[in-house]
Design a protein around this ligand. Structure first.
Ligand code: XLS
Ligand code: NI
Ligand code: NI
Length: 436
């Protein structure tokens, strides 16, 4: 079969001294890190929408990317070439998974029935590609934000015809995800929010969104889809405000609609930044509540207030992410999906490969640093010590919820020696630096 990316070789591991841009310096899937191999820890995934469809456009300029399929006009032929391109590129990069939105991979039609027909054709093609390549589906999702009908939202649209269309579209996307053995299914509510409260009934919108997700849970059961359902938080962009703003707001929402057992979160670094949180905060919150499911691996620019979706190359960041993931006992069916795009001036196919390599190497280093930090209890020993007062005495009673305000008053009323310790923030920051 003729290669689609003949200039991209199978990427070798050459070690940190290599100057070859198309080689791994740190990522080595067979290397043992703790009780698992690096490949088992780092379940990387390629995002179809960025890597196959991204052209480098921005509000000020047209496509810059040069791609092997430039000039192919027939939309179904184009869809097939790009899909085969994805399988070839992921295999060469040793990326085991991919993710897609329904409308990324096959052209839309005038009706949902026509969209479904085009999608079915590509899904059978993916099944053929499964015979020749090892790449598999981490998650599928429905694209409920591009077309004009979704301008007011999908599950939160004021218009029932749009709500129904979105339900039909998600139904099909879930069927397809199951057919391709997808390990998870993602909901990202791009337009599930509002532009202005002057025209918005928040009560109807939130209730409808809760009901929409309830029907999705029921349908997953009905068709026997056993993958994990995930919600991806993001506070804004494209809308002014999105209801799934951050991990904390989703946790409250899930509990109100009795959905907290059915969903976990797919947490994206750049979305945490937009929410005014660190990625560690989002991951630690989700982990603490038992809903850390998967990660969209990218990074934002601290100086820019939008979703720049850059490849994750900041080792301090990947270390923090991998530390939380290790404390979570891994991501289970989840993975590290590069929801990231090359910069507009990085227009060559070599840039696509180099960008993924850069992200994979940064995560390899983050994993090793985090594993050492965890093993040597560099932070956890201090944290355990900090809360040790709750292990016995009055602290134990508080943890066991065996006190009243009157008991606690009696305990402290004559105490003159109330002691606290230092938080040692700067010291702990220096400890983390010794692992990076
Ligand atoms: C957009 C989101 C999107 C989801 C999938 O900001 O990150 O790409 O991951 O719909
Ligand atoms: Ni994402
Ligand atoms: Ni994003």
């Amino acid at each position: 079969m003729k290669e689609i990316f003949p200039t991209i070789p199978s990427i070798p591991h050459e070690g940190p001294d290599s100057k070859n841009p198309l080689a791994f310096k740190y990522f080595d899937p067979n290397k043992n890190v703790g009780d698992k191999s690096m490949g088992e820890h780092l379940r990387f995934s390629m995002a179809y929408w960025h890597t196959m469809n991204g052209g480098g456009t921005d509000p000020f300029g047209t496509v810059t990317a040069v791609r092997p399929w430039d000039g192919v006009r027939d939309p179904m032929e184009l869809a097939r070439i790009k899909m085969r391109g994805l399988f070839e590129l992921t295999t060469k990069l040793q990326i085991p998974f991919f993710c897609f939105h329904d409308r990324d991979v096959a052209p839309a039609g005038d009706t949902l029935r026509e969209c479904n027909r085009n999608l079915d054709e590509i899904v059978s093609y993916v099944k053929e590609l499964y015979q020749d390549y090892p790449t598999r589906l981490l998650w599928g999702t429905a694209q409920l934000f591009w077309f004009p009908k979704f301008m007011h939202g999908a599950g939160t649209s004021p218009y029932p015809d749009v709500f129904a269309y979105a339900a039909g579209q998600v139904k099909k996307a879930m069927e397809v995800t199951k057919e391709l053995d997808g390990e998870n299914y993602v909901f990202w509510g791009g337009r599930e929010g509002y532009e202005t409260l002057l025209n918005t009934d928040m009560g109807i919108e939130l209730d409808n969104l809760g009901y929409f997700l309830r029907m999705a849970v029921d349908y997953a059961k009905e068709i026997g889809f056993t993958g994990q359902l995930l919600i991806e938080p993001k506070p804004k962009e494209p809308t002014k405000h999105q209801y799934d703003a951050d991990a904390g707001s989703i946790w409250g929402f899930l509990q109100e609609y009795n959905l907290e057992k059915a969903f976990k979160l797919n947490i994206e670094t750049n979305h945490a930044t937009l929410a005014g949180h660190t990625m560690q905060h989002e991951l630690q919150f989700a982990r603490t509540k038992g809903i850390l499911g998967s990660v969209d691996a990218n990074q934002g620019d601290e100086l820019l207030g939008w979703d720049t979706d850059q490849f994750p190359t900041n080792i301090y960041g990947t270390t923090a992410i991998m530390y939380q993931i290790l404390l979570n006992g891994g991501l289970h069916t989840g993975g590290l999906n590069f929801d990231a795009k090359v910069r507009r001036p990085s227009f060559t196919v070599e840039d696509l490969a180099a960008a993924h390599i850069a992200g994979m190497d940064a995560f390899a280093r983050g994993l090793e640093a985090a594993q050492a930090m965890k093993k040597e209890r560099a932070l956890s020993a201090f944290v355990d010590e900090r809360y040790a007062g709750y292990n016995d005495g009055i602290g134990r009673k508080i943890r066991d919820k065996q006190t009243s305000f009157a008991d606690l008053e009696a305990y402290v009323i004559d105490k003159s020696d109330i002691q606290v310790g230092s938080g040692k923030q700067e010291y702990l920051e220096s400890v983390v630096n010794t692992y990076i």
